[in-house]
Design a protein around this ligand. Structure first.
Ligand SMILES: [Fe+2]
Ligand SMILES: [Fe+2]
Length: 397
């Protein structure tokens, strides 16, 4: 059955007396067919590979001369050379529930196991398609493998009748595209890191500037900055308890120390006057809300916007009797209503040149008394609920 022109035949089936006639006939037919195919000079490389049931070792019954040339080996060594040259392996398959073809990229380590699965599924489905990335003789190239699998149960042998097509050009373009995409992603990640870093730095420098500003204002009439430290902590406790977002609460915490920056524009004569202010002096004192709002205006940072709202509204009262605009109830921004309670509570519970510190219980009673008049009634309730935590801050500073 072996044809005289098959001098390079290095397979096992045609020489094997135990193989069935049917199998031998099939192999011989295909060798004849593929040899003719090769002589036409088509770019695809035909091959016939074979393996036994439950045996990982594949061998080639026939392989196109170009494959031997690419791999730099003799016909009988094609199986080994092919396996040793594989650096990557892609399988194209169409899963039952998908409309699209998916590509799997596998490491060499996964290959042996996978080849078995592939053979199993190919035996079932009759066809398979894969792309191999090979490195041989210092060159990298890709071969696309399309094959038809035939099973010979009587012999326990599988035949893979297929062609290999050099798809290096297409695959190189695909790899380049992948590389460019990865490069772009790295670049984007780097930029995002930079932006995050700059934003953090900007935020820190903003905090630094505003806290100095707040302290400068407070040192005019108080010896320490402990009032704004406590007051801003009370604000954060109350803010958190009202359920505002963490970000909004952080803004409230950092903006509230600036509630009295407008006092920088009030003269010493009024600000440091030991006695009670007369009505004209009090009118001038009230302007610190406008001055503060003015100082903090014209910037689109969230921090300064909240700070401005607080500076402008921390002396407004729930019943509309406050200043500078006489706003009432929820016309007063939440940050202003929170700041009002915390500012007064701290003023009451600490000593000032003109008064002693009130005990916490008296100050709390005063908040309750002013519920719905000076203060937002709901916020007073929340403040009282949070009194244990408020006390901790009070005692710590
Ligand atoms: Fe004030
Ligand atoms: Fe204050």
């Amino acid at each position: 059955m072996i044809h005289s022109s098959w001098e390079h035949y290095s397979g096992r089936i045609l020489h094997n007396n135990t193989c069935s006639k049917k199998l031998k006939k099939r192999v011989a037919e295909y060798i004849t067919h593929f040899q003719a195919f090769e002589q036409i000079g088509t770019p695809s490389i035909p091959y016939i590979s074979a393996w036994r049931h439950q045996d990982l070792n594949i061998w080639y019954e026939f392989s196109g001369k170009r494959l031997q040339k690419i791999l730099g080996c003799q016909a009988q060594d094609v199986a080994h050379a092919f396996r040793d040259s594989i650096v990557d392996h892609y399988i194209y398959k169409k899963p039952a529930n998908h409309q699209t073809v998916v590509k799997e990229v596998l490491s060499q380590a996964q290959l042996v196991n996978l080849r078995n699965i592939l053979r199993g599924s190919a035996a079932h489905n009759s066809t398979t398609e894969a792309v191999y990335k090979l490195a041989s003789n210092g060159k990298v190239f890709w071969l696309k493998d399309q094959a038809k699998i035939e099973v010979f149960p009587e012999d326990g042998i599988f035949l893979s009748l297929g062609t290999l097509v050099d798809v290096s050009k297409e695959m190189r373009a695909e790899e380049e595209l992948k590389r460019v995409k990865e490069e772009l992603k790295r670049h984007r990640d780097h930029l995002e890191d930079l932006v995050r870093d700059r934003t953090r730095k900007l935020w820190r420098s903003q905090l630094e500037v505003v806290s100095r500003l707040a302290r400068a204002a407070v040192y005019r009439d108080q010896k320490t900055g402990s009032h704004i430290t406590r007051m801003s902590r009370y604000c954060a406790i109350l803010g958190e308890a009202t359920g505002i977002t963490q970000k909004a609460n952080a803004l409230l915490y950092h903006a509230s120390p600036m509630h009295d920056v407008g006092k920088l524009g009030i003269s010493d004569r009024i600000l440091l006057k030991p006695g009670k202010l007369n009505s004209q002096e009090f009118e001038l004192m009230k302007t610190h809300c406008h001055i503060g709002a003015e100082l903090l205006s014209g910037h689109n940072s969230d921090l300064l916007k909240v700070a401005q709202a607080i500076a402008f509204t921390h002396h407004e009262k729930w019943d509309g009797s406050g200043y500078p605009r006489g706003l009432g109830a929820k016309e007063i921004p939440l940050a202003g209503r929170i700041a009002a309670i915390c500012d007064v509570f701290d003023a009451l519970t600490t000593a000032r040149p003109y008064k002693n510190a009130w005990p916490i219980e008296h100050a709390t009673a005063e908040l309750k008394r002013q519920k719905g008049q000076h203060f937002d009634p709901e916020l007073v309730d929340v403040f009282i609920e949070k009194l244990p935590v408020i006390k901790e801050v009070y005692l710590a500073h």
